[in-house]
Design a protein around this ligand. Structure first.
Ligand code: ACM
Length: 739
């Protein structure tokens, strides 16, 4: 009896501790360098005062305002102290919370602000926000650049929302807000010398970005009945700069040059190669008035934004207008420039010289590498890691924003989500991202300043929708940017994340709720005895149950605990269960441990270099592609697809299947049809089946079409699949399934 009782007490204690642990400092995100939870709480009540060293008064005021307390000039009267500790690392802090008082120590203001936001985050995790659990924390960031980007051109968002975005950033220790203020669908900043930028180029004729594109992409003017858009006045922008700075955040404005500038050329067409509006997206570099126009604009930008870095865009500039422009060609010749990339680089170098003369630094998207980097430019690497590696090897600083940071991608099964630009980036994949490219040498790694989440808003017409795409994934980016690599751990992050839903709810954030959808991964078992099936859920500690015979899973079906192996064809049905019932839709997956796995493939036409996936191993590796063609399992074709599988010997063939993907947005289409041919000798092929489809190329959804056929009395060694590419875009396929 005695034994049982003490056991029960222990269990209860464990329960109490684990409940308590749910809201203590151990739940902080980003995870601090060191953190000890301690017993007791600090009570916030009106007689508590905040004291700070003189230069940090603004931080003290912010903290006092958030806690509804007052600032005291005397240290003695205060029980929350912001103190200087010169020995602490840059941007680092020590936070001590005891029942008697709170001290935040730091060697610089950034550190003091970080400590303050750790305190505010801890408070925001409490059921009773006047009781802060005691803790002792020492902390400093891994990276000096921790950014969130927001595109306000595709859709305009009000100052109140920008402040909310900054509030959330600060709570998660981001220190840079990259404000994408200009792009073809709308200019968003008051510029006195060129008033049409805000009066006209900030207002388009149609609200929805896609409707606008469909209707000729025209601009209207402020006040017109149909006008959709907006801009930030100088007063607005300065207020954002001030608001962010008080929260430890630098605002980097982006002014897109020389591409993505259709809106500017719509209202100031004299800076376009043809001199006509609505024709080009690129500034005419050969026009001697273009540079003064741009530096005039930048001068006004510099007067608003004190940030050392100024982002000049530089991405995705087309070269055709320059190729056909006498002025650009004359300049190219005069300056002995090899091609249009060098022409672009010529302009960017002049912009860098201008910014340098004003004490600022240029940052641009990785295309600024093409044609030669300006001497001191910093690169924002977005097209994978390649740009980062080149730049760092050349001694340039880099900010990492590759696909793993693109929060405009789908975060769950696209068929369950509002329309997005594409991709597939669940939070676990965001978290798995490591910002320092593995190939960099020790002395090159220091050039990786940090990482940033990007939010392009083509498909985010409302602030609610921006929040939905940003959260909770931005929280994973925050930890990637702050926390030391060795301290990162996904299960631990996921456990801590559970406490942060309260914070997001209290801040009225329309965050994406973890879905019951299960991602299924299939790969041959190590001994190739079958397919190993992995089921991935973003629900915390899910109860997953499954069947492999196509029957509906119930609460008594097999419980998923680790990957399992199935043979041949298996119709897998799985679901997360809660209180005995399935959550959401049942996930169905057809596993295929088929007979072509490991067989040789002969490529009669070759894949595109842009999407080589696993090259010649892709189509018979037994691994299926996911929801995105950039997962290195989808082989991309710009040509007709024509591939032969060599089964090794003549044998009966009962079934052949191949899947293609369609995603109209980025120009991915199905083939016209799929034809299957067979041969015993590899040279004489007999047509076996021609499989048509009726999927419209206009369908905007991401969709997958499996072309499958049963074959009777067919013997072959070689199976050839021909799929014509008739739409000129990409075709993607992942596996040739043969039984
Ligand atoms: C970009 O996504 N075009 C930088």
């Amino acid at each position: 009896m005695q034994h049982h009782l003490s056991f029960l007490i222990l269990v209860n204690l464990a329960l109490v501790c684990s409940l308590k642990a749910q809201t203590g400092a151990a739940q902080l995100i980003p995870k601090p360098v060191s953190c000890q939870e301690q017993t007791g709480v600090f009570e916030i009540h009106t007689s508590v005062h905040v004291f700070a060293e003189k230069e940090w008064l603004s931080s003290a005021q912010l903290l006092a305002q958030e806690l509804k307390l007052s600032v005291s000039k005397s240290k003695g009267k205060a029980s929350i102290l912001l103190l200087k500790s010169p020995e602490l690392p840059a941007a680092g802090y020590a936070l001590n919370i005891t029942p008697q008082g709170i001290t935040i120590s730091a060697s610089d203001e950034a550190g003091s602000i970080h400590g303050l936001f750790t305190l505010l985050q801890l408070r925001a995790l409490q059921a009773n926000s006047n009781q802060i659990p005691c803790a002792s924390i020492k902390d400093y960031p891994r990276f000096s650049y921790r950014g969130m980007h927001l595109d306000v051109s595709r859709n305009f968002f009000p100052v109140s929302f920008i402040k909310k975005y900054i509030d959330l950033m600060a709570l998660y220790k981001f220190n840079t807000f990259h404000w994408h203020l200009t792009d073809s669908p709308g200019w968003r900043l008051q510029i006195d010398k060129y008033p049409l930028l805000s009066a006209q180029a900030a207002f388009r004729t149609h609200g929805s970005w896609t409707e606008w594109s469909k209707n000729g992409s025209r601009f209207s003017q402020e006040g017109a009945a149909e006008a959709y858009g907006g801009y930030y006045s100088k007063v607005d922008a300065k207020e954002i700069v001030r608001y962010a700075a008080q929260r430890g955040i630098t605002v980097i404005p982006e002014i897109e040059i020389p591409g993505h500038s259709y809106e500017v050329l719509a209202v100031y067409p004299e800076f376009s190669c043809t001199g006509k509006p609505y024709q080009h997206h690129e500034f005419c570099i050969g026009n001697p008035n273009t540079l003064p126009f741009l530096t005039d604009i930048l001068s006004e930008v510099l007067a608003i934004f004190p940030s050392e870095y100024i982002h000049i865009g530089g991405d995705e500039a087309g070269t055709s207008s320059w190729k056909n422009c006498p002025k650009c060609q004359a300049l190219k010749k005069e300056k002995n420039l090899a091609d249009e990339h060098e022409l672009q680089s010529y302009l960017i170098k002049q912009l860098e010289a201008f910014l340098k003369s004003k004490g600022r630094k240029l940052i641009g998207w990785d295309e600024i590498i093409n044609g030669g980097l300006p001497p001191d430019a910093t690169v924002m690497s977005w097209r994978g890691e390649a740009g980062a590696i080149t730049a760092a090897q050349q001694g340039h600083d880099v900010v990492m924003t590759p696909g793993e940071t693109y929060l405009d991608a789908y975060q769950s099964n696209p068929s369950t989500q509002p329309l997005a630009i594409g991709g597939f980036l669940p939070i676990q994949r965001v978290y798995a991202y490591e910002p320092i490219p593995a190939v960099l040498k020790e002395n090159e790694k220091k050039h990786i300043l940090g990482t940033q989440g990007n939010l392009w808003t083509e498909f985010m017409p409302s602030t609610d929708h921006v929040e939905y795409m940003a959260f909770p994934r931005a929280i994973a980016i925050a930890e990637n940017a702050w926390t030391q690599k060795e301290a990162k751990n996904y299960p631990d992050f996921q456990q801590r994340l559970q406490a942060h839903y309260l914070l997001l709810q209290r801040m009225n954030v329309n965050y994406y709720r973890p879905s019951a959808f299960l991602e299924v991964k299939e790969a041959p078992a190590p001994d190739n005895s079958g397919s190993a099936i992995t089921l991935i859920s973003e629900i915390y500690q899910p109860e997953i149950r499954y069947t492999t015979d196509g029957s509906t899973p119930s609460s008594s079906s097999e419980r998923y605990v680790k990957p399992f192996v199935v043979q041949g064809k298996a119709n897998i049905q799985a679901s997360v269960f809660k209180n005995g019932v399935p959550l959401g839709k049942i996930t169905s997956y057809q596993a295929n441990h088929h007979r072509a796995i490991g067989k040789k493939t002969i490529f009669n036409t070759l894949w595109s270099d842009s999407y080589p996936a696993q090259q010649e191993n892709t189509l018979t590796n037994g691994v299926r592609g996911s929801f995105t063609y950039s997962d290195k399992q989808w082989l991309g074709y710009l040509k007709n697809f024509d591939v032969t599988v060599d089964m090794g010997s003549v044998q009966p063939i009962q079934e052949v299947a191949i899947t293609f993907m369609q995603q109209k947005g980025p120009g991915v289409f199905l083939p016209a049809y799929v034809e299957i041919l067979g041969s015993e000798d590899g040279s004489n092929f007999v047509p076996l089946k021609k499989l048509e489809h009726d999927v419209s190329p206009e369908n905007p959804e991401l969709l997958f079409k499996t072309f499958a056929c049963g074959l009777e009395k067919t013997k072959a060694r070689y199976i050839r699949i021909v799929a014509p590419n008739v739409r000129g875009g990409f075709m993607f396929t992942d596996e040739i399934v043969v039984y």
